[in-house]
Ligand binder design. Sequence first.
Ligand SMILES: [Zn+2]
Length: 283
Amino acid sequence: MRLDDGRESSNVEDRRGFGAVSGGAGKIGIGTIVIALVAMYFGVDPSVILNGAGTAVDHTAQQTQQPTDPAEDSKVKFVSTILADTEDTWKMLFLQIGKQYEEPKLVLFTGATPTACGTGQSAMGPFYCPMDRKVYIDLAFYKDLQDRFHAPGEFAQAYVIAHEVGHHVQNLLGISNKVQQLRQSSRSEAKSNALSVKLELQADCFAGVWAFHANQARSILESGDIEAGLNAASAIGDDRLQTQAQGYAVPESFTHGSSAQRVEWFKRGLAQGDMQQCDTFAS
Ligand SMILES: [Zn+2]
């Protein structure tokens, strides 16, 4: 990616080094970890997993900040630059539909951190909490993305942020709220999961919309970037993750969409940068 002249965002909240010093981590059962592994990537409603897991950050425990890894500095700059680019892009797109874009915060953390949606854990992967309008990411995820999911490349990393910001856009547009209500009133888990998939695929599509406009305005994409993004979308499809975790995939339990679906919707946003093309709920 070409990001040399890009500004950095002022909305990054750095909580790295404030690890969870509580006893909460010890209470996480192996079952929770398996569920988290299957559901984690990304944007899963954290309260679903966390409230069931019986974990809590002990706020009385003294939290001392560990020194942060200097090797991460360039990653922090990268994340901050991508976030700033999403701010510029979505500000412009919201203006076009007569709305005002309110910028989300992005929290960097290590291990675990309190959020308005419950305790955030690194094991969940990056996520967005609609209650406090913040994107949460442990930079260690990028190592996972590269090593475990074989999705290297800067654009793969940018896509992760753009996807979470896509959830923020859904929140601002009132889409998340509507879906949440529908999920609560839907009797079957399969139906509820299907709604979750539509929400996730739309966030993928919005990530593509961002990339289209950012590239038009600032020529950020270099050769190989789009492939890296599509590869990442494919690597974190539910079918791929479930097969890795348990040897087979159960489509009714998908909450994010299959690899093919994620690639398809990301591509759809990327093709024309048109938000209208991202109506995953239409069909
Ligand atoms: Zn998501």
